[in-house]
Design a protein around this ligand. Structure first.
Ligand code: GYE
Length: 306
């Protein structure tokens, strides 16, 4: 590809790979860590990275992808903000002969020939892990357990799948009830705002299930402002295990976190090199992840990379 070599190290010549990456935005600690992982590992791999931030808007991502097609980059990778509505632009890339790699989030396109692979977490499994902890934690509770769900970005794969996996598991215990469910758009401000309203409409809430740490951190602010104790008066479970979430977990303000790793950069660069070399790659590459209790968070915090 042409253009300026902003991230070149070694390689040089005409064999250097140019990768166009259309990022979702900078909505969360997870996303910041993900962006850094991609930029650092492109540099390490000697890949020329063209990077754009769509500010959580699909139209901006589509524009960025079209500009990468125009610039004739070697490979396009992106993390689709929502699942639907990608077929047209993916066909344009295909017609231009540019392979597309989905990272982190997937699309709902029926035609899977529109992308080479999807590299990222199993969000349904993450929702299930949150549900399993919930079932165990409230096994001996008497009466209804009122759960409020802070959803991620509406229409995004992680919001859809984390809700589905969780609901699937908690239905085994009829006393576990989701009494409110609203989007906080994966941001701290969103989590805070939704929780403020929630504490007025449902003051007797037992637990909050947040689709990411940032929304849980916003919820903590709202709960404390209302004179309640997060992690005690209201149980909190979230997903990601970013540094600030892990700190809140080890402080007892969050009760359980399901890990979702943002460190996808090295694997992405491997895939990009293989695709460019004409080698075949797996159609689905799943990230390995664990879960954390407060004790485990204390132990893991010093060596966490994000
Ligand atoms: O959980 C959230 C971020 O797509 C897995 O997006 C990602 C999610 C992550 O905003 O914090």
């Amino acid at each position: 590809g042409g253009g300026s070599d902003t991230a070149s190290s070694g390689g040089g010549g005409n064999d250097q790979i140019t990768l166009g990456f259309a990022q979702v935005g900078a909505e969360s600690g997870w996303r910041t860590a993900n962006t850094k992982s991609i930029q650092d590992s492109a540099k390490d791999a000697g890949i020329n990275l063209k990077f754009s931030d769509a500010q959580q808007k699909q139209e901006n991502q589509i524009k960025a992808i079209r500009s990468y097609i125009q610039q004739k980059v070697d490979v396009i990778a992106f993390s689709p903000v929502v699942e639907s509505g990608w077929d047209t632009v993916l066909k344009e890339a295909k017609d231009a002969g540019i392979p597309v790699v989905l990272t982190d989030r997937s699309v709902d396109s029926q035609d899977t020939s529109l992308y080479v692979t999807f590299l990222g977490s199993d969000f349904i499994a993450e929702g299930k892990k949150a549900g399993e902890w919930t079932v165990k934690n409230f096994a001996n509770a008497s009466g209804e357990v009122k759960i409020a769900q802070l959803e991620g970005t509406t229409g995004s794969a992680p919001a859809i799948d984390r809700a589905e996996g969780f609901a699937d598991v908690i239905k085994s215990d009829p006393k576990l009830k989701i009494v409110a469910s609203q989007t906080g758009d994966f941001t701290r401000a969103g989590g805070k705002q939704v929780t403020e309203a929630l504490l007025k409409s449902n003051p007797d809430i037992t637990m909050i299930y947040a689709h990411n740490d940032d929304m849980a951190l916003g919820a903590i602010e709202a709960i404390e402002a209302a004179g309640k104790v997060p992690g005690k008066d209201i149980t909190i479970v979230s997903v990601d295990a970013v540094h600030d979430g892990m700190q809140a977990l080890s402080d007892g303000k969050i009760n359980f976190i399901v890990e979702c790793s943002p460190l996808l950069g090295p694997q992405l660069m491997d895939v990009v090199k293989k695709v460019k070399a004409g080698e075949s790659v797996e159609k689905r590459i799943v990230t390995e992840e664990t879960t954390f209790t407060p004790e485990q968070a204390k132990e893991a915090l010093p060596s966490r990379q994000y």
